[in-house]
Design a protein. Sequence first.
Length: 150
Amino acid sequence: MVAHQVVRTVRFPQGSKPHMLRVSPDGREVWVQTTATDTNVVLDADDLSVLATEPTGKTPVTNAWTPDNRYSFVTNSGDTYVSIFDARTYREVERLPVGPGARNVGFTRDGSTAFISVTDANSVAVVDLGRLEVVGQVPVGTEPQGLIIR
């Protein structure tokens, strides 16, 4: 039997409800979305100290980095936009209107396009990453959640 032990604990504000976390592509940061306080918290992966806490839209779900690692998209299930953060400064640079209930993001390998599942609109938003602009909505089945881009 393998014993597990907690090696470090991160304290979030009471009631903040950390929801999802992802490690940055370079392994140096952990990005955590807190659903009750509508924030994105960036932690140093080595010591888990807080590097930044920035507001998001309502009820952030998860984040994903663009293939060039320039931006991190944070989806907001309780809002009509995706928060786009500069991955170096941690600051929001754009609010991309995609419709209500954004959940997950996928990117084409060449970094030209993002696809965002928009649960409450029963669609997938198509984003031109060069312009950070929604260029289409693809109708899909009821309440799309995850997606895989190949």
